[in-house]
Design a protein around this ligand. Structure first.
Ligand code: ZN
Length: 276
């Protein structure tokens, strides 16, 4: 008897929970409507907007921050899906060694050449010279409607500049107005970007992470160092829908992307660029 009674009571409790949940869901819906009306943010997720003051105080202290769940989920998902399936030959290997930059389209007939270049890149980094090898996209046609171009355009919207200026205006003396350069990047096994400083690229660098299920021991980490490159300040592990921003003063900001371990078939995607 008492067991049955207990069951009934539990059921009542869970029914109450359901009712409570319904109430809070309604609240969320109402909040969304209010926020959309007042703030009318179209691409940045509402949560991120609400925590702007917190990001600002972190940026004031460290001159860099990671903003999680930056884009509205549907925009991030569409971009992520597109990056997984976009044509192999949309990607170009950016290669740098011996003070020279090369770009090689990621076509099957170039695969051999790319691997020969990779050997030279690794010999160069072993000599302590600035070197890199990873894939990026080049500028598409102005009228391109692909998801990469769509997000690149959305990032140039007033909404994003307004938000980022509010966060960075204590550190950066005058408002950011334009994106100076933006591209999608893709790092696979053995890709990396050696230590550099981003001088003259823009005053704010950004990396919109588009990587799921990454492990820090796979490499591909964004690593910040002091002027002495052997003193590491910060390690940012690739993640999904994270916006990493960092200030680039006149003297630059030392950082690199560590090499991805051989043979793994996971890929590190991001949209990267600079604002001035
Ligand atoms: Zn495009």
């Amino acid at each position: 008897m008492s067991i049955i009674e207990n069951n009934i009571i539990e059921n009542n409790v869970s029914e109450n929970n359901i009712i409570e949940n319904n109430v809070s869901e309604n609240n969320i819906i109402e909040n969304n409507i209010i926020e959309n009306n007042i703030i009318s943010n179209n691409i940045i997720s509402n949560n991120v907007f609400e925590n702007k003051d917190e990001y600002k105080s972190l940026f004031d202290t460290k001159n860099r921050i990671r903003i999680r769940n930056f884009l509205k989920p549907e925009i991030a998902n569409d971009l992520y899906d597109f990056l997984q399936v976009c044509n192999e030959n949309w990607w170009f290997y950016s290669i740098y060694y011996d003070n020279e930059r090369k770009t090689i389209r990621n076509d099957i007939e170039n695969y051999n050449d790319i691997e020969l270049e990779r050997e030279k890149v690794y010999k160069s980094v072993g000599k302590g010279m600035f070197s890199y090898i990873f894939c990026s996209t080049t500028n598409h046609y102005d009228t391109c409607y692909c998801k990469i171009c769509e997000v690149e355009k959305l990032l140039q919207d007033d909404e994003v500049f307004g938000f980022l200026n509010d966060i960075t205006n204590t550190v950066i003396d005058s408002p950011l107005t334009t994106i100076t350069e933006v591209f999608a990047s893709r790092y696979k096994a053995n890709d990396f970007l050696g230590l550099h400083h981003d001088k003259n690229k823009g005053r704010l660098a950004f990396v919109l992470g588009m990587t799921k299920g990454w492990r820090s021991d796979w490499g591909g980490n964004l690593i910040f160092t002091k002027t002495d490159m052997n003193i590491i300040e910060d390690v940012l592990v690739p993640d999904y829908n994270t916006l990493d921003i960092f200030y680039v003063p006149d003297e630059g900001t030392n950082h690199y992307v560590s090499n991805i371990v051989p043979y793994i078939d996971h890929t590190r995607f991001s949209i990267t660029g600079w604002m001035k």
